[in-house]
Design a protein around this ligand. Structure first.
Ligand SMILES: Cc1cc2nc3c(=O)[nH]c(=O)nc-3n(C[C@H](O)[C@H](O)[C@H](O)COP(=O)(O)OP(=O)(O)OC[C@H]3O[C@@H](n4cnc5c(N)ncnc54)[C@H](O)[C@@H]3O)c2cc1C
Ligand code: FES
Length: 365
């Protein structure tokens, strides 16, 4: 009997000590207290330590491009860490060039802020802001692509045609995480207090399921931007525009900019789809063709069906380029869409003689 009492007592004692140690560990491990993020040797921001650099900066309303929403899979969130970032993590290696490594460039979504840290970011990121919007219109362009118009509640967003914003998808039934995803602006920079996006549905995609199945007219949204170095270049070169699917969005913004500013450079837009049913905004593009004498829209279908009676181009965008473009002399190119389409089109354009530095693109990945 005495043995049983001693054993039970010992076990209870050990359990108590373990529980105490666990509580102590919880309150100390990962508790880094307040730390200072120094930006560009100028601003000091005091934040609670322990979060990622990306999240800590967002909490200070400093927005870094982060197209994958911090998953470590886009490589967009690079910042120069001068001091205090800890060692480079294996998750960063695939995205850092030898030049990045030399310059102490890091993925801000992977770096944990555990001590005072010194970073450098481009000045233009200070003009990136957060905006609240209200959904004023949702139009189905195809069964899987929506055109959305948001009224910006306060002020207006100043962007270059071709740039993108990051839209927040809050938690919803079936998704317990809040995520941000990149969407190219489809509207004109002159459209005051409004922003338009073209968003495709990706089965089981967190943000696109929110947009396609949960977002309704009059709902409030949050987005930040503008971001990106893919935008209209003010030169005299002939423009070769190439897109598939929702990749039309930034090209449309560039075309609106050209119409509104009477920029009648020679320009051809090659747009790839599979079937007739996948084509959209054809009337809008016809109108732009009527307004810009030197602009031509060439849709091409990779899997046209006989019964559709399609009389236009058949094949991929690279086939249409091959057929219509001629050589690459004095031309520059703007590409938007899937990484596969971009890679094959860049190769095709280089073969035609457009130098790589004059081929601008945004891969939607
Ligand atoms: C600069 C930039 C601009 C962009 N602009 C647009 C735009 O204007 N319109 C638009 O619709 N999208 C655009 N995207 C893509 C967009 O940011 C999201 O990646 C996309 O909407 C999927 O988000 P999700 O949260 O629904 O999918 P996730 O939950 O992130 O992904 C779910 C699954 O689908 C896969 N997946 C993700 N994207 C694709 C895809 N495109 N095709 C096939 N599989 C995919 C993922 O690998 C994952 O396995 C852009 C991306 C970038 C980087
Ligand atoms: S946010 Fe995409 S890699 Fe960091």
């Amino acid at each position: 009997m005495q043995t049983i009492v001693i054993t039970v007592g010992t076990i209870s004692g050990l359990t108590g000590i373990l529980a105490f140690l666990l509580t102590l560990a919880k309150s100390t491990i990962g508790n880094y207290g307040e730390v200072i993020i120094n930006i560009n040797n100028d601003q000091d921001h005091v934040v609670d330590g322990g979060d990622t650099l990306l999240s800590s900066l967002i909490s200070e309303k400093i927005f870094i491009p982060s197209a994958c929403g911090g998953k470590g899979s886009c490589g967009y969130c690079k910042v120069k860490v001068k001091e205090g970032g800890g060692p480079v993590l294996p998750t960063e290696l695939g995205y850092l060039t030898p030049e990045d490594m030399k310059e102490n460039v890091r993925l801000s979504c992977q770096v944990k802020v555990k001590e005072n840290i010194k970073i450098e970011i481009p000045e233009e990121l200070f003009s990136v802001a957060e905006y609240e919007g209200v959904v004023s219109e949702i139009v189905d362009l195809t069964p899987t692509i929506k055109h959305l118009t948001f009224d910006i509640k306060e002020g207006s967003i100043d962007f270059k045609p071709g740039q993108y914003v990051q839209l927040r998808a809050p938690q919803y039934e079936g998704s317990d995480e809040e995520v941000y995803r990149a969407y190219s602006i489809a509207s004109s920079p002159l459209l005051q207090n409004k922003l338009q996006l073209i968003i495709g549905y990706i089965p089981e995609g967190v943000a696109t399921t929110y947009v396609h199945h949960h977002l309704n007219q009059n709902d409030e949204v949050l987005f930040n931007g503008p971001y990106g170095d893919f935008f209209y270049q003010d030169t005299d070169r002939e423009m070769v525009m190439v897109a598939i699917g929702t990749g039309m969005a930034p090209i449309l913004s560039i075309l609106y900019h050209m119409v509104e500013n009477n920029i009648d450079r020679k320009a051809t837009f090659y747009f790839g789809a599979r079937h007739v049913d996948d084509l959209f905004l054809l009337d809008e593009l016809k109108e732009i063709e009527d307004k810009l004498a030197n602009f031509r829209f060439i849709p091409t279908l990779s899997r046209a069906k006989k019964e559709d009676g399609w009389k236009g181009d058949i094949g991929r965008v690279t086939d249409a380029i091959d057929k219509h473009m001629g050589d690459g002399e004095n031309k520059e190119a703007y590409l938007c869409g899937s990484p596969r389409m971009i890679d094959s089109t860049v190769e095709a354009l280089k073969e035609k003689g457009i130098p790589e530095e004059l081929i601008f693109y945004d891969k939607f990945e």
